[in-house]
Design a protein around this ligand. Structure first.
Ligand code: MTE
Ligand code: MO
Length: 207
């Protein structure tokens, strides 16, 4: 029996409803911010263990120890970008450097122009969650979040905030930008948690 020269690509395991497009779409609300290294800082605030805020300049942040992880990237508009190699500062590293108070359950990730996304502390600490500076060995481009974007690869990509400037520790969950506009508070693509009307008890912020 003759074999085809090139076998068809292996079907991948995608979350329900997702497809792999050509290229890497750019998707965001509002303009791409200009990076001004002298004015840029990264802050951790809210319910820290010490009650103090933490602040890194760009040079300080860019010198923090990094990790690398390979992961797919799932947008709620149904495209999935497979096999991204991300390098950056893990959520766990930030929590170690800026310890949260014991009753912190969630974080709000804040970007330029007030974009935000809330994630559970367990998602922030998960393997693969990081403030990425590089994708596939190259600096992230301005369109994709330069100088840093968080990637939370196991959640829909609106939680993967571009142009991040800070993290707020929360003792009470609160909705971020898209979560306030009808998107799911948790956003697990494998459970197709797209819209807020799908939230089960315990998945929504307290009133
Ligand atoms: N600051 C900011 N980050 C953002 C967004 C945004 O509007 N503003 N959009 C999110 C959405 S909905 C998606 S799908 C991804 C898209 O990332 P990409 O443009 O790198 O593909 O960015 C996320 N991060
Ligand atoms: Mo998205």
């Amino acid at each position: 029996m003759s074999q085809p020269e090139q076998s068809a690509p292996e079907p991948r395991d995608l979350p329900p409803g997702q497809y792999v497009p050509r290229g890497w779409p750019v998707l965001h609300y509002g303009p791409v911010p200009k990076f001004r290294p002298k004015d840029w800082d990264f802050r951790v605030f809210g319910a820290t263990a010490s009650g103090e805020q933490y602040r890194w300049t760009w040079d300080e942040f860019d010198a923090l120890p990094t990790t690398t992880a390979v992961a797919d990237f799932h947008c709620v508009t149904k495209f999935t970008i497979p096999d991204n190699e991300w390098t950056g500062v893990s959520g766990a590293a930030i929590v170690e450097l800026a310890p949260p108070a014991p009753d912190v359950t969630h974080v709000m990730v804040w970007a330029e122009y007030g974009y935000s996304a809330n994630i559970r502390m367990s998602d922030f600490l998960a393997d693969g969650t990081m403030f990425a500076t590089h994708r596939d060995g190259e600096r992230i481009s301005p369109d994709h979040g330069f100088p840093i974007r968080i990637v939370v690869p196991h959640l829909y990509a609106w939680k993967s905030v571009k142009w991040v400037r800070g993290v707020e520790y929360l003792v009470k969950d609160r909705r971020g930008f898209w979560e306030e506009r009808g998107y799911h508070n948790v956003a697990d693509p494998w459970r197709e948690q797209r819209y807020s009307y799908q939230e089960d008890e315990g998945e929504s912020p307290p009133p």
